[in-house]
Design a protein around this ligand. Structure first.
Ligand code: NAD
Length: 506
């Protein structure tokens, strides 16, 4: 297949620490590959503990005494807008690199670059709008609050939206005046390093955005326990989130977590079924199902089950799987051989547990796909909520279809996992739509729409899908801490002991 392997040169990016592009202190490196064929596309510095400490110390200096501490909100706003502008100028290069490194189709990678630029612009606009309250007091006091940045924030991100997840974290943190050490996933380190370069090009001072690449466990431990780090923001698996919370507890760091999901997609018979079919395809198969918000459980009312699935499975069979750099391709590979095996293992579990395979369930058989991590878009029918496929996050292009009869039944089933990230409801009954939106336990609900996360709207999970919110003003608030200031306006001098005895009854 003509893919990333034909790319001319191996990339050799550097870490970004204290405004400089540097190798790891011990010279360590690791290879990063293309999921399309598992060929090496880059040699990346393997940061160790000493590099992580250097990055944290640089971020602390930049926060306490560097030029960043003298940036006004308007300066920060301009800098974030410049970053967005550079992303837009470099969209071809960045999106191609994202596709080569993550396997996501080029159309989606371009969308991610645009969404990342939008996110920087959104928070650039909000940088000058971080204000507190003036609180009326019972007495001659002036009381007001200010929202201040935390200081050094560790930000740890996954491989499924490498640039976009970085943007969601870096943009609000910088808008609020924090400094950052960003660690991308080892599978997809390249575009986060480019983001670090862009920050420097945009005039963000040295040490404000440091980017280190290397093993999650080792670097993660330093990033979540170092005493100079005030806040940890993490996106990834729920299990890793638990470890991070435990590690951060030692120094009571502020923690926000965006974790896994097993999101329901519920279709009632009164919905526009054609739209529901099309939306339900998007909801699971984009990014080869590797979305935390993927609607992995399709609940179909029994009265439309056969009719809906006949059309749906036919359309699934027409999804064009292939080289993600080809503009005609509609679904690329999953991130790694390990992920491919995990996804296929869940397909085996589904068969063992009695689900009915309606499409896919295997590697793409053609020889040209052998070296890559391709999986056919997969649909299992007659799934029940107690099956492993219905309970666990698979993170691949595998859909579990679950029939239902009543509203109560589908609410119970939809809420029956440890997750609560997102949900979609398809119905034209306005009362049902809003009632269902209230009854589903998840941080995001979309009605007659598959899934969308614009920067203006808060995003995050209920239950074990996370803590805190990203995007929107809520996301910005979580990069500030509230300070209360009280001012004495009483003309009488304050003299508690001199006026003794003070009888509160007189
Ligand atoms: P992961 O948890 O394996 O890794 C995420 C990041 O954490 C990586 O950078 C990794 O190197 C690092 N890491 C690993 N162990 C660590 C440790 N002990 N301490 C600190 N850092 C550590 O997740 P992944 O496989 O990269 O990503 C897929 C997961 O991310 C899925 O579960 C998906 O649902 C989730 N996700 C959630 C959201 C959301 O917003 N809720 C968005 C995207 C992805």
């Amino acid at each position: 297949m003509s893919t990333a392997t034909t790319a001319p040169d191996l990339l050799r990016p550097k870490l970004i620490i204290d405004g400089k592009e540097v190798d790891a202190l011990d010279g360590g490196t690791f290879e990063t590959v293309s999921p399309t064929d598992n060929e090496v596309i880059g040699i990346v510095p393997k940061a160790g503990d000493a590099d992580a400490v250097a990055a944290i110390e640089a971020a602390a200096r930049a926060f306490e005494s560097g030029p960043w501490s003298r940036f006004t909100p308007l300066d920060r706003s301009h800098a974030l807008h410049r970053m967005a502008g550079i992303m837009r100028e470099r969209i071809d290069e960045i999106s191609t690199l994202e596709t080569r490194n993550s396997g996501k189709i080029i159309v989606e990678s371009r969308g991610d670059v645009i969404a990342s630029a939008n996110c920087f612009e959104y928070y650039g606009n909000l940088a000058g709008q971080i204000w507190g309250d003036q609180i009326p007091m019972n007495g001659p006091l002036l009381d007001y609050t200010v929202r201040e940045p935390y200081g050094v924030c560790s930000q740890i991100i996954p491989w499924n939206f490498p640039l976009l997840m970085a943007a969601w974290k870096v943009a609000p943190a910088l808008a609020a005046g924090n400094t950052v050490v960003l660690k991308p996933a080892s599978a997809t380190p390249l575009t986060a390093l480019i983001l670090g370069q862009i920050a420097l090009e945009a005039g963000i001072p040295a040490g404000v955005l440091n980017v280190i690449t290397g093993p999650g466990k080792e670097l993660g431990n330093t990033l979540t326990t170092h005493p100079l780090v005030e806040k940890v923001a993490f996106t990834g698996e729920t299990e890793t989130g638990r470890e991070i919370m435990r590690a951060a507890a030692g120094t009571i760091k502020k923690v926000t977590l965006e974790l896994g999901g097993k999101s329901p997609n519920i279709v009632f018979p009164d919905a526009d079924l054609e739209e529901a079919v099309n939306g339900s395809l998007f909801a699971i198969f984009t990014n080869a199902g590797q979305r935390c918000t993927a609607r992995t459980r399709l609940f179909l009312h029994k009265s439309i089950y056969d009719e809906f699935l006949a059309t749906y499975v036919d359309k699934v069979s027409q999804i064009r799987v292939g080289d993600p750099l080809d503009w005609n391709t509609q679904m690329g590979p999953v991130i790694s051989k390990q992920q491919q095996s995990k996804v296929l293992q869940y397909c085996e579990y589904a068969v063992e547990d009695g689900a009915e395979l309606l499409h896919g369930g295997r590697r793409v058989p053609a020889e040209a796909f052998e070296t890559g991590n391709f999986i056919e878009p997969t649909v299992f029918g007659k799934v029940s909520s107690d099956m492993r496929l219905a309970q666990n996050e698979v993170f691949g292009p595998v859909l579990a279809v679950i029939p239902f009869e009543t509203e109560d039944e589908v609410v119970t089933a939809a809420n029956s996992t440890i997750f609560g990230l997102a949900a979609t409801i398809w119905t034209n009954d306005i009362k049902r739509a809003h009632t269902m939106a209230r009854r589903i336990k998840s941080g995001n609900v979309s009605i007659n729409f598959p899934t969308v996360n614009p920067p203006e709207a808060p995003f995050g999970g209920f239950k074990q899908s996370g803590i805190g919110r990203e995007l929107s003003r809520d996301g910005l608030d979580l990069y500030t801490q509230v300070k209360n200031v009280v001012v004495n306006l009483n003309p009488e001098p304050f003299d508690w002991y001199g006026r003794w005895p003070a009888d509160p009854r007189s």
